[in-house]
Design a protein around this ligand. Structure first.
Ligand SMILES: Cc1cc2nc3c(=O)[nH]c(=O)nc-3n(C[C@H](O)[C@H](O)[C@H](O)COP(=O)(O)OP(=O)(O)OC[C@H]3O[C@@H](n4cnc5c(N)ncnc54)[C@H](O)[C@@H]3O)c2cc1C
Length: 835
C-alpha cells in the first residue's frame, strides 16, 4: 500500500468511489480509496437503485441532474454495463396542495433544466395500465428518470477511477486519523499509514465513527428503510412477452410509497411514519452486507393503499423484504463539502438518495477540493448548515422526522415540529404570550408572525385531505393550530400585513437574537478584514458597514455587518442560519501569527430590533444618549444604556424604517424587553416577526443568501457595486470578480412588479419568460404591504433587465405579466431610514 497520497477517500460505497473517480478525472490521480470490506458492502448493495430527479432543493436538484446525465456515459468509458433503465417516473397527485407542489417544482425544474411533463389521469393509465387512477387529479412525469444497478454503477466508477491512475485498497480499515503540525493528515489503517494532503470521509452509516476520529460530531444517524419485492405477476410477464416497455417508476406521494417492476414482479418501497433510527452507535466492526429483520406490520397501511392503487400488487406473494439502514440528516439532504474547523477534511456523508446523488456529489466535491470552490451553489448540502446544537437526541428525532416526511407536501412555509423548542432566547415566553407563532432556524425559536389573542384554526379551516399524509399544519400537543401551510396566501397573510402596517406607522419590536455574532480583534484585525471583505472596513469607532466575503471567482459566499466597537476591535453580524458556515471561513482564514483573535458571541449576545417612526421616541425615554440624526446617524453604532443595561445600539435594520438593532448581553434581555415594552406602550408598540420583516425587506430590494446572493452569481450581477471598494489594495476574490465583469455579466438582479395576483405571489425559483424564451428566474417574492403590490426579485439576462421591460412570470403554472421596476419600491430615497 502507498504511504503517501494527495487525497485519501475513506469508504468504498457508491459515494466514495464516485468522489475518487471525479478527483482522478480532474487530473488528481494520486488518490487512494480505503474500504474496510468489499466495495458496496455498506448500504450501496441493497439499494433499490431508483434515480428520482424530483427535488425542491436547488443544490440537490443540480446534483441529481448531473448523475442522471452522467451515468449512461460511464458505460462507453469503462465498457461496464451500469444497468441503467431509463423507464421514466410518474408522481401522482390526489390533492390540490400536492398539485401546487408539482407546479411549483416545475418552475425549479425549468430553471435547472430538468424536463418535466404534466399528465392527466388517462395519460397515467396509458403508461401504467395496472394503475387504478380513481381519485387522481393529475401527475408529473420525468422522462429522463429511471433506475440503475447500484453495484454495477460502483464497479464502473471504480474501473474509471483506476483507469485514470487512482488506487483502491479493499479489506483495509481506517483505524484513526491524525493531523500533523504542518497541516498534513495521516490516515492510520490496519495495513499501515498514509500521509496525505486531503481526507474525504464517505463512510455511509459509519459517519459518526469516522467523525469521532477527528473530533467531529457529524449529524448523520441512519433510519430503517424497507422495500418489498413480490413474485412474478402474470400481467407483467405477459407485457414482457409482448415486448411492451416497462411501466416505469410510480410514486403515490400522498400515500408515501414508490413502486416499480422488478424481475417480472413488483417492488414497493414505503416511507413509513415511525421508522426507527438505527446504528446510533454505528454498525458493528464486522458489519458487511447487513440487513435487519423485516417489520412488515409497520408497512400495512402503505401496503393497503398500494393494493388499492395497483390491485396486481395484492395478487402475488411477497418474495423478499429488504430492511436496511439508510443514512439521514435532520433535513434529509446530504452533507457534502468541507468539515468545519478542520482544514482539508471533507465530508460526503448522510446520503439517503445516495445512488442518485453520488455522481453529482462526487463531481462537486472534487471541484471543491481541486479548485477550492464548487461550481454549483452547495448551500443546501453544506456540512456547516447544522451546528453543535445538533446532539444525538436531536439527530434521532429529526432524522426519523425527515424520513417520515420524505413524501409529505413540502410547503414553503412548513415548520417541522421535531426537537422543539430547543434553543429559546430569554424573551421566548414573553413573545409567546404576545401571540408569537414560531419558526425554527439553526435550532433557535424565532417568532414568524403574531396571531391575535385566542386565535385558532378549526378543523373546517384546515380542510385536511383524506390521504395518508394529510399534513398541512403544525401538530404540537397542547398547542392550538394557528397556521395552515400553503403555496398560496394562507390564513396568516392578513395578520402579517397588519404587522407591516403597524411598524411603518408606529413602532415594532422583533427578536433577532439568532443572528450569528463574533468579535474580531487584535493589532492585525483591520488589515486582515480589509484584505478579506469587499467593502472598506470602518476606520472610525462607531461606524457600521455591510461587507461581503467572496469566492475566488467573485461569487458571494457570506454577508457581514461590520461594526467598529473600539480601536483594533470589530463586531461582526451575519445570518443565523449560516453561523457555522460563515464563521468557519473566518476562522480558517485567520493569520497564523496570532495578530487577529476570533471570539464567538452568538449565544452571549441577544438582539432586539426596535423599528418604526416612533422608535426614537421609545428609546429616548430609556437612555441619556442623544438619538438625533446629527448625533446618531444611520449606519453608526454607539454603546448606550437602556435603563441600567449597557447595550450596543446600531442604527441599521432590514426593513427600511427608522430603527435600532439593540445588541445586548443575553442575560439582560428580559430586563431590556420589559423596559422597551413599558416605554413603548404610549406609542402602541407591538411585536413583529420574520415574515413581516422579509416582506418589508423585499420592498427595499434587500438581498439574501442563498437567493439573490450565491456563489453562482458574480457580486456585480447581484448588484453589490456600492459595497465593493476598488480603492483599497485588494480583497479575497477581487481578481475573479473583475475577470467575471470583464468577460461580461450573465445576469442582472432586478425588482419586478407582478400583475394580477390574487392568491399566489412569487416565492423564488419561478421561471420568467419573454415569449417562449426563458430569460430568468425569480429569487424571492411576496406581497409588499407598504406599496400595495405583488413583488419579485429576479435574476434576468442583462438584455432584458431595463426598467419598464415587460415579461411573463409563471406562478404555480399561471402566467402573470411582470414588469421591471426601479429598485427599492418603498422609500427609494431612504427617507424613513434616515429620519
Ligand atoms: C433499503 C434501501 C433502499 C434504498 N434505495 C435507494 C434508491 O432506490 N435510490 C437511491 O438513490 N438510494 C437508495 N438508498 C440509499 C443508498 O443505499 C445510500 O444512500 C447509498 O448507498 C450511500 O452510499 P455511501 O457510499 O454513502 O455509503 P455505503 O454504501 O454505506 O458505503 C460506505 C462504505 O464505507 C466503508 N467504511 C466505513 N468506515 C470505514 C473505515 N473506517 N475504513 C474503511 N472503510 C470504511 C463501509 O464499509 C462502506 O462500504 C436505499 C437505502 C436502503 C437502506
Amino acid at each position: 500500500m502507498k504511504s503517501t497520497a494527495r487525497v485519501v477517500v475513506i469508504g468504498g460505497g457508491v459515494v466514495g468511489v464516485s468522489t475518487l473517480y471525479h478527483l482522478a478525472k480532474m487530473g488528481w490521480s494520486d488518490c487512494v480509496l480505503i474500504e474496510r470490506k468489499e466495495l458496496t458492502s455498506g448500504s450501496t448493495w441493497h439499494a433499490a437503485g431508483l434515480l428520482p430527479l424530483f427535488n425542491l432543493s436547488y443544490s440537490v436538484g443540480k446534483l441529481h441532474q448531473y448523475s442522471v446525465d452522467f451515468y449512461p456515459s460511464l458505460e462507453a468509458e469503462t465498457e461496464l454495463n451500469v444497468g441503467f433503465s431509463n423507464v421514466s417516473n410518474i408522481r401522482l397527485a390526489r390533492t390540490e396542495d400536492r398539485f401546487d407542489e408539482y407546479k411549483y417544482y416545475a418552475g425549479v425544474a425549468k430553471t435547472i433544466g430538468v424536463e418535466v411533463n404534466f399528465l392527466t389521469p388517462d395519460q397515467v393509465r396509458e403508461v401504467w395500465p395496472l394503475c387504478n387512477v380513481d381519485g387522481i387529479i393529475g401527475a408529473i412525469q420525468h422522462p429522463a428518470d429511471g433506475y440503475i444497478q447500484p453495484a454495477d454503477l460502483t464497479q464502473a466508477l471504480a474501473k474509471g477511477a483506476r483507469q485514470r491512475g487512482a488506487t483502491i485498497e479493499r479489506n483495509t480499515t481506517v483505524t484513526g486519523i491524525t493531523q500533523k503540525t504542518n497541516g498534513e493528515w495521516v490516515v492510520h489503517t490496519d495495513k499501515g499509514d498514509i500521509t496525505c494532503e486531503h481526507v474525504v470521509s464517505a463512510t455511509g452509516n459509519f459517519a459518526r465513527q469516522t467523525g469521532r476520529m477527528v473530533g467531529l460530531d457529524i449529524p448523520v444517524i441512519p433510519v430503517e428503510h424497507q422495500y418489498i419485492v413480490t413474485d412474478q405477476h402474470p400481467a407483467i410477464m405477459e407485457r414482457r412477452a409482448q415486448g411492451l416497455p416497462e411501466m416505469g417508476v410510480l410514486r403515490e406521494s400522498d400515500s408515501s410509497w414508490y413502486m416499480r417492476e422488478e424481475a417480472g414482479g413488483l417492488l414497493l418501497g414505503p416511507y413509513e411514519i415511525g421508522a426507527p433510527a438505527c446504528y446510533v452507535d454505528g454498525p458493528a466492526a464486522n458489519s458487511e452486507y447487513e440487513l435487519f429483520p423485516d417489520a412488515l406490520d409497520r408497512l400495512m397501511p402503505y401496503i393497503e393503499t398500494a393494493i388499492a392503487r395497483v390491485p396486481a400488487f395484492g395478487e402475488v406473494g411477497v418474495k423478499k423484504v429488504y430492511n436496511g439502514a439508510i443514512a439521514y440528516t435532520p433535513d434529509g439532504s446530504p452533507i457534502v463539502g468541507p468539515a468545519w474547523d478542520k482544514k482539508n477534511f471533507w465530508l460526503n456523508e448522510g446520503h439517503s438518495f445516495g445512488i442518485t446523488a453520488a455522481g453529482g456529489a462526487g463531481w462537486q466535491l472534487a471541484h471543491w477540493i481541486v479548485e477550492g470552490e464548487p461550481s454549483v451553489d452547495m448551500m443546501g448540502v453544506d456540512p456547516r448548515r447544522f451546528g453543535e446544537y445538533a446532539g444525538e437526541g436531536y439527530l434521532i428525532e429529526k432524522n426519523e422526522e425527515a424520513y417520515a416526511k420524505v413524501f409529505t407536501v413540502h410547503y414553503p412555509d412548513e415548520e417541522r415540529e421535531g426537537a422543539r423548542p430547543l434553543r429559546q432566547t430569554p424573551c421566548y415566553s414573553r413573545m409567546k404570550d404576545l401571540g408569537a407563532v414560531f419558526g425554527s432556524v439553526f435550532g433557535w425559536e424565532r417568532p414568524n408572525w403574531f396571531a391575535p389573542q385566542g386565535y385558532e384554526l378549526l378543523d373546517a379551516d384546515l380542510d385536511r385531505p383524506d390521504v395518508l399524509l394529510n399534513h398541512n399544519h403544525p401538530d404540537v400537543e397542547g398547542e392550538p393550530i394557528r397556521e395552515k401551510w400553503s403555496f398560496r396566501r394562507s390564513n396568516y397573510f392578513e395578520h402579517v400585513g397588519n404587522e407591516c402596517r403597524h411598524v411603518t406607522e408606529k413602532v415594532g419590536l422583533q427578536d433577532m437574537s439568532a443572528f450569528a455574532k463574533c468579535r474580531i480583534s487584535g493589532p492585525g484585525a483591520e488589515a486582515w478584514l480589509d484584505g478579506l471583505l469587499t467593502n472598506a472596513v470602518p476606520k472610525k469607532v462607531g461606524r457600521v458597514t455591510l461587507s461581503y466575503l467572496l469566492t475566488s471567482k467573485g461569487g458571494v459566499r457570506a454577508e457581514f455587518t461590520v461594526y467598529k466597537t473600539a480601536p483594533q476591535e470589530y463586531y461582526l453580524v451575519s445570518a443565523g442560519a449560516y453561523e457555522r458556515h460563515d464563521q468557519d471561513y473566518l476562522k480558517k482564514a485567520l493569520p497564523t501569527d496570532g495578530s487577529v483573535t476570533f471570539e464567538r458571541l452568538t449565544t452571549s449576545m441577544g438582539v432586539l430590533v426596535l423599528a418604526g417612526p416612533r422608535s426614537r421616541d421609545v428609546l429616548a425615554k430609556l437612555t441619556r444618549a442623544d438619538l438625533s440624526n446629527e448625533a446618531f446617524p444611520w449606519l453608526t453604532g454607539q454603546r448606550i444604556s437602556i435603563g441600567a443595561a449597557p447595550v450596543d445600539a446600531l442604527r441599521v435594520n432590514f426593513i427600511g424604517e427608522l430603527g435600532w438593532e439593540i445588541h445586548h448581553p443575553i442575560e439582560m434581555q428580559n430586563y431590556i424587553f420589559d423596559k422597551l415594552m413599558e416605554a413603548g406602550a404610549e406609542f402602541d408598540i407591538k411585536p413583529f416577526g420574520i415574515k413581516a420583516m422579509t416582506l418589508m425587506a423585499l420592498e427595499k430590494s434587500y438581498k439574501l443568501i442563498p437567493r439573490e446572493l450565491s456563489i453562482e452569481y458574480n457580486a456585480y450581477e447581484s448588484g453589490l457595486d456600492r459595497f465593493i471598494s476598488l480603492k483599497k489594495p485588494g480583497f479575497h476574490g477581487k481578481d475573479g470578480l473583475l475577470a467575471g465583469k470583464e468577460a461580461g455579466l450573465n445576469w442582472q438582479l432586478v425588482t419586478m412588479e407582478v400583475m394580477d395576483v390574487t392568491d399566489a405571489d412569487a416565492r423564488g425559483s419561478e421561471a420568467i419568460y419573454l415569449g417562449d424564451e426563458l430569460v430568468g428566474r425569480a429569487t424571492s417574492g411576496g406581497y409588499g404591504w407598504r406599496v400595495g403590490k405583488s413583488l419579485a426579485l429576479a435574476m434576468l439576462r442583462p438584455e432584458h433587465a431595463a426598467v419598464g421591460t415587460e415579461l411573463e412570470i409563471s406562478i404555480l403554472g399561471r402566467g402573470h405579466k411582470a414588469v421591471v421596476i426601479p429598485d427599492s419600491p418603498f422609500d427609494p430615497e431612504n427617507n424613513a431610514l434616515r429620519a
